[in-house]
Design a protein around this ligand. Structure first.
Ligand SMILES: [Zn+2]
Length: 378
């Protein structure tokens, strides 16, 4: 029986999916997949699972040898594949990881506006991904918000229609399996801690410096959620050791004044350099390199503010490594100026915390979401 949510959303019974009935596959695709066939952009898989498929993935070859995986209630630990989904404000990206972490597929679609349509789109992505690997997979989803432990509803999601919904329950219901949902910055930190730049470090603090500013803490390979699921929400703490002209600071969308996010995010850097209304910081390093004093001064202020913010993290958490991600993480001043400035604010004789550039780039969101399911025992 399809679940209530699956019926409400007109999602077909998924237990028949798994490579055995072409009609079911076509029905699944027609009902669920949100964009036209001409928009599909599956990337070629880098390792040898091609033999599982015909060239037209809608006509799967018989896969009776995989039938032991065809009962949806039993997947997760036993699955050969993990699906990770990064649910963002403008796009939803899905990737499938093999057991060893190799990415075998990736697909991206625009984020729909409504909540039900978002659930349908996620179901379509999972359906299509499982058709591609001809197997069932565990599913983890990263969202720009968190599930409140007190209400079970999404909170703090600034850009998508999830706030106030029991998203983890609804998406698990729609997909008829347990789906793990985690904050996107936590997914980034998990990805980089497990097999990225932070690999081998016991405590990793991951930072996303993009439109906003997020943070996540991973301890011995596990996300530290905290009592309110806000551990690592560093962007909404105040800029420490402020100069007189830095207080009270700008109003943040979270309603407070002077949050770190208002100055160290990409938007904050752009606004600091080019004034109110500026949002794009990407060309500032090139302008500084070309001799523009205003751009260089903005980078210097940004480095100093980020160093103060990270020094506070080191005093509180003393992580073994800090990994930077997001749109600003390609800027060299983060790795040249910032480490030299942190030490003066850290309550220690030396400060050797490495500030690392992420390894997986834009893939960390989907990879971390996939890794929400633990590594299989093999
Ligand atoms: Zn804030």
């Amino acid at each position: 029986m399809a679940s209530f949510a699956a019926k409400r959303l007109k999602i077909p019974d998924r237990r028949a999916i798994g490579g055995q009935h072409p009609e079911t596959l076509a029905r699944c695709e027609a009902a669920q997949f949100p964009i036209g066939a001409q928009d599909r952009q599956w990337t070629a898989q880098p390792f040898g699972v091609d033999h599982l498929f015909s060239h037209n993935f809608r006509i799967l070859r018989p896969l009776h040898h995989l039938s032991k995986h065809n009962y949806f209630g039993q997947i997760g630990y036993m699955s050969n594949f993990r699906i990770g989904i990064d649910l963002g404000g403008t796009k939803i990206e899905a990737a499938v990881l093999a057991r060893d972490g190799t990415e075998v597929f990736r697909h991206r679609v625009p984020t729909p506006r409504g909540y039900d349509e978002t659930l349908r789109t996620l179901a379509g992505l999972v359906c299509e991904a499982e058709q591609r690997v001809a197997d069932q997979a565990s599913v983890g989803i990263g969202i720009p918000g968190v599930i409140s432990p007190s209400t079970g509803l999404v909170k703090n999601a600034s850009s998508i229609a999830l706030n106030g919904h029991a998203f983890d329950r609804d998406v698990s219901d729609a997909l008829e399996r347990e789906v793990r949902v985690e904050n996107d910055a936590n997914c980034f930190a998990l990805s980089e801690a497990l097999d990225g730049a932070g690999r081998g470090h016991r405590v990793v603090f991951g930072v996303i410096l993009g439109t906003g500013c997020g943070g996540g803490i991973v301890v011995e390979g596990k996300v530290l959620q905290g009592r309110h699921h806000i551990a690592g929400e560093w962007g909404h703490t105040p800029l420490p050791w402020p100069a007189p002209d830095e207080v009270p600071g700008l109003r943040c969308w979270c309603s407070q004044y002077g949050c770190l996010e208002t100055t160290i995010s990409g938007t904050g850097l752009a606004r600091d350099c080019d004034g109110p209304g500026a949002v794009d910081a990407r060309n500032i390093p090139a302008r500084a390199a070309a001799g523009e004093a205003r751009a260089q001064a903005a980078l210097d202020r940004h480095a100093d503010r980020l160093a103060r913010g990270l020094a506070q993290i080191i005093c509180l958490l003393d992580p073994d490594a800090i990994v930077l991600g997001g749109g600003l993480s390609n800027m060299d001043h983060l790795y040249v100026q910032v480490p030299a400035l942190i030490g003066r604010h850290v309550f220690s004789d030396v400060c050797t915390t490495p500030i690392l550039r992420n390894m997986h780039g834009d893939s960390s969101g989907v990879r971390g979401a996939a890794w929400l399911w633990p590594a299989p025992i093999s």
